[in-house]
Design a protein around this ligand. Structure first.
Ligand code: PMP
Length: 338
């Protein structure tokens, strides 16, 4: 048995039980390990769907060029799909992004344009503006815009949701995921709640993001917005893919708590995953500690792989420089004998 191209291997990722980081918490806590996708993240699912929907309605034609402002996971998914289907890719990203991310996208044949970070999003030099301008100027180009493109939510409604329902044999009671564009939380939650309206959804947000306050008060509070380090979750905008009616609760997680839990997932569960995975697990367990009983079953999405974070949270010096390093969490034999 073989696949006709790498994109046929997208989806059908495993669900694994947590055994250690959840000690003392009731219920069964499961994680859906999305780094098993070929681009090492759940974003492969929505990249494929955005491209196939655009092909169907003629927004993307043979030989076209896909242009997106992306820092990593979505770019990888778009690039793999573009290779399989014969499109070109141009990605714009901000110069705060690591060289590894740029190198990874170039390795899979994308053209990468690096733009200044410290300019407003409506400045013509920003990576948003450059992507829009290229889309206007390059004939037969397609700008997916993952924030407002509802194919993103639909990808998870059609794949991630049904997979979780089947893999848990309908026993899932709680679903937790980080919220960035909102696609993975809302598409999956919509499907699960259609199967069982009692499924509770918990969205993980960051400090520095507007989501939690907006859900609780209906106010878009600019004072909530400040820089933070966690990549992929939290926003300073309200993307169309975030449907607040589908998210029952929000929990905010600090950069430090997310980073430490990510390192614990690698060491204590053998799950070498990305930073937002630690944030999702930390926030989900905070909710579970208070609300889950023995018969409950929670599924948490782990969006991506640890390799892209080797220079950051998996680097002890970087962790120390950011005040995230707690010796008791990272004690080594050397520490013990000296
Ligand atoms: N974690 C990572 C690493 C991501 O790249 C993203 C995508 N922005 C998310 C979490 C959040 O997922 P979504 O965009 O589906 O809300």
């Amino acid at each position: 048995m073989y696949y006709n191209s790498i994109i046929e291997t997208i989806g059908n990722t495993p669900i694994v039980r947590l055994n250690n980081v959840n000690r003392g918490i009731r219920g069964t806590i499961l994680v859906k390990v999305e780094y098993f996708n070929p681009g090492n993240s759940m974003k492969d699912r929505m990249a494929l769907k955005m491209i196939e929907d655009a092909e169907k309605d003629g927004r993307l034609k043979p030989g076209g060029t896909i242009i997106e402002g992306t820092s990593g996971n979505t770019g990888m998914g778009l690039a793999l799909t573009a290779i399989a289907k014969g499109y070109k890719c141009i990605f714009t990203l901000a110069d705060k992004q690591s060289q590894e991310k740029i190198d990874i996208l170039r390795a899979v044949g994308a053209e990468v344009i690096v733009c200044p970070t410290n300019v407003a999003s409506d400045d013509p030099r920003s990576y948003y503006s450059v992507a829009r301008k290229l889309n206007q100027d390059i004939p037969n180009s397609f700008y997916p815009n993952q924030y407002d493109n509802l194919s993103n939510t639909l990808a998870h409604y059609e794949t991630t949701g049904p997979e979780i329902w089947q893999q848990t044999e309908g026993k899932i009671t709680h679903y937790a995921a980080g919220v960035g564009t909102g696609g993975s939380m809302c598409g999956t939650a919509k499907y699960l709640k259609e199967q069982n309206p009692d499924v509770v959804s918990v969205g993980i947000d960051t400090y520095g993001s507007v989501f939690k306050k907006y859900k609780e008060t209906g106010v878009f509070d600019e004072n909530e917005i400040y820089p933070y380090l966690t990549e992929g979750i939290g926003e300073d905008i309200l993307p169309k893919n975030v449907d607040f009616d589908l998210i029952d609760h929000f929990i905010k997680v600090t950069d430090k708590d997310g980073a430490i839990m990510t390192r614990r997932l690698a060491r204590e569960e053998g799950l070498f995953v990305g930073w937002s995975c630690g944030s999702a697990v930390h926030g989900a367990l905070e909710y579970a500690r208070e609300h889950l009983s023995d018969d409950d079953m929670m599924v948490i999405i782990l969006p991506d792989h640890g390799t892209r974070y080797l220079g950051k949270i998996y680097n002890d010096n970087w962790m120390k420089d950011h005040g995230f390093y707690e010796a008791r969490d990272f004690a080594t034999a050397k520490d013990i004998i000296t």
